[in-house]
Design a protein around this ligand. Structure first.
Ligand SMILES: NC(=O)c1ccc[n+]([C@@H]2O[C@H](COP(=O)([O-])OP(=O)(O)OC[C@H]3O[C@@H](n4cnc5c(N)ncnc54)[C@H](OP(=O)(O)O)[C@@H]3O)[C@@H](O)[C@H]2O)c1
Length: 325
């Protein structure tokens, strides 16, 4: 099969199409003829040699895919050759074929393109686990979602809106904020123009927010602690602004804050199956009915993966970037 590979880690230019061995399914897996995959920030880190795949996973990039089942493992039930499925994988999406655990295969809703389906698993699972399973976001609470125009952010805004939460967002341009408001955010702050902690103080009458979904880490640490209400929750989901902080423990203790961290890729298979099942029960029906939509910014051919990575690293996307295979 053809796959996007690289031999030496580096910039987007290291990515190129090459021949790779076809993946072989275990008894519980299906082989998917991949029609679309999607980019995640993690792919850019892996390309730079900073985020190796977990043991046993394909070293080909790509954490999600959509396509048609081409072959089923001996123990697989309920899925047949030809079924249109999408799902989360530990690697291997940027290729013509990939293996997917059958218990993590999600039927693609009628009328959806493969690109739309490929744009769902990673960001909707992440938003589900961080805003709800860990963050316990409730109706009438206020959540602050950073990097809200990201793939994860655009999923999270819609899910939070759906439960009746008030959604405040940060993003790096007026245009991105306007588009977040169209998805259901209540108000937004361009973090390049003003200190978001001052803005939160102003829009919450000095109260702060119940929950923060953070992808920036060190760069936002102090402002995040200031922006939380008493008993507020901070969920660390990304570290785009650095990993090391000097912490004001007095603030954490005095405000009785709760701080969570979350990763998806390195979790055990059993967790990922549970996450998929939770998603199918609670969120897939809302996606299938069109109440919530996957936001696809742009689709590139697989052969232009390098260009797609450049586009992501220039922070130009609103929502997901997909690759057509
Ligand atoms: N823990 C997990 O399980 C998990 C799973 C999936 C993703 N993630 C993390 O979630 C984050 C979003 O991923 P994604 O693939 O959805 O991202 P994405 O679509 O590439 O969007 C990221 C956006 O973040 C903003 N940004 C970048 N660097 C920034 C900085 N230093 N300070 C403030 N904003 C910055 C940019 O928008 P602006 O123009 O607004 O600056 C950029 O477009 C990443 O950190 C990723 O690693 C974590």
């Amino acid at each position: 099969m053809q796959a996007v590979t690289f031999t030496t880690p580096g910039g987007p230019e290291v990515l190129h199409l090459a021949t790779a061995p076809d993946p072989q399914p275990t008894a519980e897996q299906v082989v998917v003829r991949v029609r679309a995959t999607a980019l995640n920030r993690a792919d850019t880190l892996q390309r730079r040699g900073l985020y190796p795949p977990p043991p046993g996973e394909s070293d080909i990039l790509g954490l999600e895919l959509a396509g048609e089942v081409e072959r089923v493992g001996a123990a697989v039930t309920g899925i047949a050759v030809g079924d249109r499925v999408c799902g989360l994988v530990g690697g291997g999406g940027y290729a013509e074929k990939a293996v997917l655990d059958a218990r993590m295969a999600i039927p693609i809703p009628a009328g959806w393109s493969f690109a739309q389906a490929a744009a769902v698993p990673e960001v909707f699972f992440t938003a589900q686990e961080t805003l709800f399973t860990l963050g316990d976001l409730q109706k009438d609470e206020t959540v602050l979602i950073h990097a809200a125009a990201s793939g994860v952010g655009t999923a999270g805004i819609q899910m939070a809106r759906e439960v009746g939460a008030r959604v405040l967002v940060t993003a790096g341009s007026e245009d991105k904020i306007r588009r977040c408001l169209e998805l259901g955010a209540t108000a937004g702050c361009n973090y390049k123009e003003r200190d978001f902690a001052d803005w939160i103080k102003e829009v919450t009458n000095g109260q702060g927010v119940e929950l923060i979904e953070d992808f920036i880490g060190a760069g936002y640490w102090n402002q995040n602690l200031q922006s939380l209400k008493v008993s507020g929750r901070l969920v660390l989901v990304g570290l785009m602004g650095g990993v090391k902080v000097e912490a004001n423990l007095q603030l954490i203790m005095g405000k009785r804050l709760q701080i969570f961290g979350s990763v998806l890729r390195s979790r055990p298979l059993a967790d990922k199956i549970d996450i998929t099942q939770r998603f199918r029960r609670r969120w897939l029906p809302l996606l299938a009915s069109g109440r919530i939509v996957p936001i696809v910014d742009r689709t590139f051919p697989l052969a232009q993966a390098a260009e797609a990575h450049r586009y992501m690293e220039e922070n130009r996307n609103f929502g997901k970037i997909t690759l057509e295979v």
